[in-house]
Design a protein around this ligand. Structure first.
Ligand code: SF4
Ligand code: FES
Length: 247
């Protein structure tokens, strides 16, 4: 198929950016979206033009590195990661608009690449547990009820891609933060720091410039790991308890 790409080009963090149109011929249905961009870059390179900068690593939907706003939707028209989106989701003659995640907390580095280290700093603020060193405990020494283990596992599926931020009108990272708080808060190992964790992570969330949550739900609608919106309820419940306990 033949397509037109409108791509955000920005040479550096402070430089002005603009949309640039490229015609691309012979795109195959089975190509992933990133493979299609690889083909564009080969053509640009052959013409002596600057290739389009974009992030990727595993290209298997695991690492969370890839993230593009495609036709106005974080990760594009399928609920999956950009690397797992395939060109069969588009048709011959389509015009596809490609932009970076847009958020104050995710400054643009170049073209489609943004700095997502704000999410790492939220994790550093409280996304950890204290453990005793020494021999590994017996597998059954710390029983975890099956529903709690399932809930923790569901939340732990978050890959930190930042699509929730890109989709939110407030650029809030609440779904991400709540996923981490739920993941650790459901397990016995996560209890010692539980009430301090929620305060520390939320303070860092706000300090990074992410917006507040208004329960709009765009985050959960685009999340490639289908993190449910109700993890935010769990975060709010932990926050209320922490306030009552004077954290
Ligand atoms: S909650 Fe979903 S959309 Fe947000 S960072 Fe995690 S995996 Fe990505
Ligand atoms: S490149 Fe790893 S999730 Fe897309």
């Amino acid at each position: 198929m033949n397509i037109t790409l409108n791509v955000w080009r920005q040479p550096g963090p402070k430089a002005p950016g603009k949309m640039v149109a490229y015609e691309l011929m012979g795109v195959e249905d089975h190509m992933s979206f990133l493979e299609m961009l690889d083909v564009l870059n080969e053509e640009l390179f052959a013409r002596g033009e600057e290739p389009v900068a974009f992030d990727s690593d595993c290209r298997e939907g695991i690492c969370g590195m890839c993230g593009l706003v495609i036709n106005g939707i974080a990760h594009g028209p399928e609920v999956t990661t950009t690397c797992q989106l395939h060109m069969r989701s588009f048709k011959d003659g389509d015009t596809i608009t490609i932009e970076p995640w847009r958020s104050t907390a995710f400054p643009i580095i170049k073209d489609l690449v943004v700095d997502r280290r704000a999410l790492d700093r939220i994790i550093q603020a409280g996304g950890y547990i204290s453990v005793n060193t020494g021999a590994a405990p017996d597998a059954h020494a710390v029983p975890v009820p099956k529903p709690d283990a399932d809930r923790a596992f569901e939340a732990a599926a978050c890959i930190g891609c930042g699509a929730c931020v890109a989709a939110c009108p407030n650029a809030s990272a609440m779904l991400f933060t709540a996923a981490k708080i739920t993941h650790l808060g459901m397990l016995p190992q996560g209890q010692p720091e539980r009430l301090g964790r929620v305060v520390d992570m939320l303070n860092q969330h706000d300090a990074e410039g992410f917006g507040g949550c208004q329960n709009i739900g765009e985050c959960a609608a685009v999340c490639p790991k289908e993190i449910p919106l109700d993890v935010i309820s769990q975060l709010n419940a932990d926050l209320s308890r922490s306030w009552r306990r004077g954290h």
